[in-house]
Design a protein around this ligand. Structure first.
Ligand code: FAD
Length: 348
């Protein structure tokens, strides 16, 4: 018996973030809110001091920018730039955009720092466990299937080459399958922030899926407030509220995107070392970083590492990290010293 709990939960998280923001905005009447869909999830832009007459043009510009990212980074579209790279069976360097080279470069760095736990070549395992475009399995994958998929995974098989004429990606395994799902939302969020700046807008909250970035002030002239959700799939309750101070934030969690197979909960976060969905007590990792892309890469790596190793890495790398851990029937939380600086004092 399977329960599909995939994209509605993403919406729930999004609505919480939006709700927190909207509650705050409701007192200041002039906020302009744009919303839409992309990458199998939702995007939202809140603008503090922009005339409503710009709404239609901005809505179009945002959607166009996101559609462009989707056409480039999606593994759900067979003809995206990334899918064409995945389908290519040779080992010659393939030309890619600067965008693609940037995201892969950051991913390889974070992958290395997380001891390979954040691994964007994880695609064969993601598909095997049914979290990619391939449908969910009816049976738990066998050890042989897991081993076969694991043999196709490894950051050492992928590299970015920068040449004077442009950037290239190269793989040394014909079946390497790059999956940027874990970082695509963060990347797109940063892209929206850049779009706002190009439009001369400097007070905004932009969000794609679970990645958020804020800059400036809200329509009341106060810091934007962003909520971290309590780790449950049943309610939209707030665990903590932060002022991002111009940074990006992203949460990776095992409690929202999962399905049940033979009574067992199958999380969409997969440990590349074992080839299996994570099972430990760490239920969510939230990271604040200078870009939403960085935050979106680190959060998944920390989730895979588990509570103790995630704490060690956060302290060693001086990351702003908030962890929620299952404890008996409830939860406990831990934050790094860098994260404390972002927590709004009225709520911890
Ligand atoms: P995160 O925790 O940020 O990432 C988890 C995801 O990363 C997993 O779902 C898996 O894909 C991958 N992953 C798992 N383990 C690891 C690991 N150890 N290291 C690295 N990565 C790992 N969904 C649709 O249903 N339809 C679509 O058309 C669609 N299009 C998309 C297009 C793009 C460009 C992107 C980026 C995503 C798309 N998605 C689509 C996927 C969807 O929105 C994802 O659920 C989302 O990207 C996962 O983000 P998250 O914040 O929930 O999880």
């Amino acid at each position: 018996m399977k329960t599909k709990w995939l994209y509605y939960p993403v919406m729930a998280l999004f609505m919480l973030l939006a709700g927190c923001d909207a509650r705050h905005e409701s007192a200041g009447a002039s906020a302009l809110v744009l919303e839409g869909r992309t990458m199998g999830t939702f995007w939202r832009v809140s603008l503090a001091d922009v005339d409503a007459s710009r709404k239609e043009a901005l809505q179009k510009a945002v959607q166009q920018r996101l559609d462009q990212d989707d056409r480039e980074l999606s593994t759900w579209k067979a003809d995206s730039v990334l899918s064409r790279f995945n389908q290519y069976r040779g080992n010659d360097p393939q030309p890619v955009s600067d965008n693609m080279a940037d995201i892969v470069t950051v991913a390889l760095r974070i992958g290395q720092k997380t001891q390979g736990k954040m691994d964007i070549t994880i695609g064969p395992l993601v598909n095997l466990w049914g979290f990619g475009p391939v449908k969910q399995p009816d049976k738990t994958p066998t050890p042989a299937q897991i081993a076969a998929a694991r043999a196709l995974v490894g950051l050492q098989h992928l590299r970015v080459i920068q040449r004077s004429e442009g950037a290239y990606l190269q793989k040394d395994l014909p079946d390497l399958y790059v999956d940027l799902s874990t970082m695509g939302e963060g990347f797109a969020t940063d892209h929206l922030a850049r779009l706002m700046e190009e439009e001369g807008i400097h007070n905004y909250l932009v969000s794609v899926g679970g990645a958020v970035l804020t800059r400036g002030k809200n329509s009341e002239g106060k810091p934007w407030r962003v909520a971290i959700q309590k780790p449950t799939d049943k309610e939209n309750a707030v665990q903590a509220i932060v002022d991002l101070q111009g940074h990006g934030i992203s949460t990776s969690g095992s409690y929202r995107n999962y399905y049940e197979l033979n009574g067992k909960r199958i999380s969409h976060v997969i440990d590349p070392t074992t080839g299996e969905p994570i099972q430990h007590r760490l239920v969510s990792a939230t990271v604040i970083a200078t870009t939403a892309l960085e935050a979106d890469g680190w959060d998944t790596g920390l989730m895979v590492l588990g509570e103790e190793k995630a704490k060690e890495l956060a302290l060693r790398e001086k990351l702003a990290v908030y962890l929620i851990v299952k404890q008996g029937d409830g939860f406990t939380s831990w934050m790094s010293p860098q994260f404390k600086a972002f927590i709004l004092p009225d709520r911890e």
